[in-house]
Write a protein that binds this ligand. Structure first.
Ligand SMILES: [Mg+2]
Length: 229
C-alpha cells in the first residue's frame, strides 16, 4: 500500500488559498486588485491543519467545515480589506465554489504514469490528506478515481496530519498492510507524522536535509518502493 498526500504531491491549485481568495474578491468586486502578498499573511492561521493537535470530528459535514473556516479565517481576512459581514459571506461563498472546482486544480505530470505503474506491480493507493470536505469529488474529477482505492481525508475523519489518529485510520484502511509507505511533500505533516506511526516516508518535490528519503519526482519514488531486482 502507498499512502499519498494530495496537495503538493499528486495535485496542486495554482495560487493555493491566497489565489483562491484573490480570485473570489476580484469576481465579487472587479475594481479591487489585492495582491497575493497582502492576502497571504492573513491565511496563515485558522485552517484546521494549522492546529493539528486539536481533533475536530464535529466539522465533518461540508457546510459545517466551511462555516468553521469562514469564522476562523475568511471573516477576519475580508474584514481587514474593508468588507462588511454580508459582503464577506458572498466573497467566501465564491472562494468555496472556486476552491472545490476541479478545473482550478492540476495533476502533476508524473502522477498518472507512476500510480498506474505501481498499481500494475501490485501496489494499492490511498490518499491521506489534510483537505477540504470535497476532496473525493475533486480527486474523481481529476481522473484519479480509478487508481486511488480510498481517501482518508482530515475534513471527514476530524484529525489533521501529523496527528497520530489520522495515520491510525490510514493503517486500518490499508488493512494493516506489511508493506506501507507514506509519500508527501511536507516533512512534518507527512514524513514525521508517518514516522511516529511507524510508517516509512518518502519526501517529494521538497528539499529537507533532515529527511532520509527524498525524491525530486514521483518517478524516483518507484525506485525506492519497487527497487529494480
Ligand atoms: Mg502536501
Amino acid at each position: 500500500m502507498v499512502l499519498w498526500d494530495f496537495d503538493g504531491t499528486l495535485a496542486y491549485r495554482p495560487g493555493m488559498w491566497s489565489g483562491d481568495l484573490q480570485e473570489a474578491i476580484h469576481a465579487f468586486d472587479a475594481t479591487r486588485n489585492i495582491s497575493l502578498e497582502e492576502i497571504r499573511p492573513l491565511l496563515q492561521t485558522g485552517f484546521p491543519w494549522h492546529t493539528p493537535e486539536i481533533p475536530h470530528p464535529e466539522t465533518a459535514a461540508p457546510d459545517v467545515w466551511w462555516e468553521h473556516v469562514y469564522r476562523s479565517v475568511f471573516a477576519d481576512a475580508l474584514g481587514h480589506f474593508g468588507y462588511d459581514a454580508q459582503q464577506a459571506r458572498a466573497i467566501a461563498e465564491r472562494a468555496r465554489e472556486r476552491f472545490v472546482d476541479p478545473s482550478s486544480w492540476r495533476v502533476f505530470d508524473d502522477v498518472p504514469v507512476v500510480l498506474a505503474d505501481l498499481a500494475r506491480a501490485g501496489w494499492r493507493h490511498i490518499i491521506v490528506s489534510n483537505h477540504v470536505p470535497e476532496l473525493p469529488a475533486i480527486t474523481r474529477r481529476l481522473g484519479l478515481g480509478d487508481v486511488v482505492t480510498t481517501i482518508v481525508n482530515s475534513a471527514a475523519c476530524g484529525y489533521e496530519k501529523p496527528h497520530p489518529e489520522i495515520f491510525s485510520v490510514a493503517r486500518k484502511v490499508a488493512g494493516h498492510a506489511e508493506a506501507l509507505w507514506m509519500v508527501g511533500d511536507n516533512p512534518v505533516a507527512d514524513i514525521a507524522g508517518a514516522a511516529n506511526a511507524g510508517i516509512d516516508g518518502i519526501l517529494v518535490r521538497t528539499e529537507s536535509p533532515d529527511v532520509p528519503r527524498r525524491c525530486a519526482t514521483l518517478y524516483d519514488v518507484v525506485r525506492i518502493v519497487e527497487p529494480p531486482s
